[in-house]
Design a protein around this ligand. Structure first.
Ligand code: FAD
Length: 433
């Protein structure tokens, strides 16, 4: 038997590019990826370089490797302290630490080969592996007829590190209430190109520094406007931002980026990177159907898609398919865009609301609304022209996938085969955070 190599290609995440979207941690099948309030890091003792996390990463931050002696891998504590990746070790430095260059080259080649295999395999999923998680079931390919997305035009590795956008509108879109303050914010890029498609997101870099005196890391926000602008023909995008005033345990905390955005006044500027996202995109072919399932600010990409189809319909030049929206919130008061949504024609979009905290009424979640509409959803699950989108808080993911599975099974479909096919054909997209 060969002796174990003296060196290792250690898997690392580039903190300069990472947008902290949690996709890698959610995708890692063995829990090798963790994070603190600043960095995502890989445990060298656990990572087996399976590459499952590499294709879904929107920025490429995940695809970084450093040859290190096995006895001297970068610890989690070291990685958590980084603002940038360490430079690769020179051959001399490696030798001084007990590693040899030939073994390093072989390790590097093995990683390249595994990455290529993972990329080819990422579009397909074995039916028996179809666990009910977005990481396993969500498509990494866009619909076949999606437009080409531009990604990472601005960011640490791009020619321009960021772009400044001007706030040209900031409107509260939930009723006044202390714990569900959500804003519709319009950002204009002026002369700077910033092409986006419905379903993509952008990164906001809050001004100032964090508790350690380092620049804040960027936060991601889904674009809520269609490709030709919040106002057609303008170089602008809109966002749907919920002001974070408590941590997941309910302790009071002022979220840095969300409060910065919600407090913007017209004329203020913000630092933006992106765009991000190349699979959560809408189909462009006539008669394609959209099934949109969301909670809270997960409505942002659904608003973008709905508005684009509404504009196409108004132009009279595009024959759209069906639009179904399943939209959940605790109460109607905290559901963004509740008023405007109700004004959309019924023959254009079929809307199912679900409210979980209306006094005197039973709790109802999006998955309950979906189950009630099983007769409508089952044929769409089988229809190759129907595309499903799920967006919102991570907690909704399992319930929605369970409902889809039960609706499929109730219609006599084999869920695992169906789920694998939907993923392979870019028909089931999940973005939860
Ligand atoms: P931080 O200062 O980062 O965190 C403060 C505290 O709030 C922490 O304790 C943290 O655990 C908690 N916290 C973090 N995020 C949330 C949250 N979402 N809800 C409740 N508590 C939280 N947000 C939107 O409002 N609209 C969007 O369209 C949107 N799209 C997103 C798309 C993607 C792909 C991803 C990954 C995230 C998206 N988010 C969206 C969430 C957003 O990126 C931020 O995480 C959120 O605004 C909190 O950032 P913050 O700087 O205000 O809070």
């Amino acid at each position: 038997m060969d002796a174990p190599a003296t060196v290792l290609q250690q898997h690392l995440i580039d903190p300069e590019i990472c947008i902290r979207c949690n996709t890698c941690e959610a995708t890692c099948p063995i829990g090798a990826i963790t994070h603190d309030s600043r960095n995502y890091v890989v445990d060298a003792d656990k990572c087996n370089a399976c590459m499952a996390c590499v294709p879904p990463c929107p920025t490429g931050a995940i695809d970084n490797w450093r040859v290190v002696p096995r006895a001297r891998t970068y610890t989690l504590a070291e990685q958590l302290g980084w603002d940038e990746l360490p430079a690769p070790l020179s051959e001399e430095a490696l030798a001084a630490l007990g590693g040899d260059a030939q073994a390093a080259a072989a390790e590097a080649q093995a990683v390249v080969e595994r990455a290529a295999q993972a990329s080819a395999a990422s579009a397909t999923v074995e039916p028996q592996a179809a666990a009910l998680t977005g990481a396993v079931l969500g498509a990494t390919l866009p619909p076949w007829s999606a437009a080409h997305p531009y990604t990472n035009l601005y960011g640490p590795r791009a020619a321009r590190k960021s772009v400044r956008a001007t706030c040209v509108g900031n409107l509260r879109v939930t009723e006044v209430g202390s714990d569900y303050d959500t804003h519709h914010i319009v950002l204009d890029f002026g002369e700077m190109p910033f092409p986006v498609l419905e379903g993509q997101s952008i990164g906001i870099i809050p001004p100032g520094t964090d508790a350690q005196g380092r620049p804040h890391h960027p936060r991601q926000y889904s674009v809520a406007s269609p490709r030709n602008g919040e106002r057609p023909g303008r170089n602008n995008v809109s966002l749907t931002v919920k002001r974070v005033l408590a941590d997941p345990q309910g302790n009071p905390v002022r979220g840095v980026a969300s409060n910065h955005l919600c407090d913007l006044r017209v004329g203020d500027t913000v630092e933006v990177i992106g765009p991000f996202g190349s699979s959560f995109l809408m189909p462009n072919h006539p008669k394609s159907h959209l099934v949109m399932i969301c909670t809270g600010t997960g409505s942002a990409p659904m608003r973008a898609m709905t508005e684009w189809r509404r504009r196409l319909r108004a132009s009279g030049k595009f024959e759209g398919g069906r639009l179904l929206l399943f939209f959940g919130a605790r109460t109607p008061q905290e559901l963004p865009y509740f008023g405007p949504l109700q004004k959309l024609p019924r023959d254009f979009i079929d809307i199912h609301f679900a409210f979980s905290r209306v006094p005197g009424q039973p709790r109802r979640y999006v998955q309950d609304a979906m189950r009630e509409a099983a007769a409508e959803l089952a044929p769409l699950l089988q229809d190759p022209d129907a595309y499903f989108y799920v967006c919102g808080l991570r907690a909704m993911e399992e319930g929605v996938l369970l409902a889809l599975r039960d609706i499929a099974t109730g219609a006599g479909l084999d869920w695992e085969t169906l789920a694998a096919s939907m993923r392979e054909h870019g028909r089931l997209h999940l973005e939860t955070y």
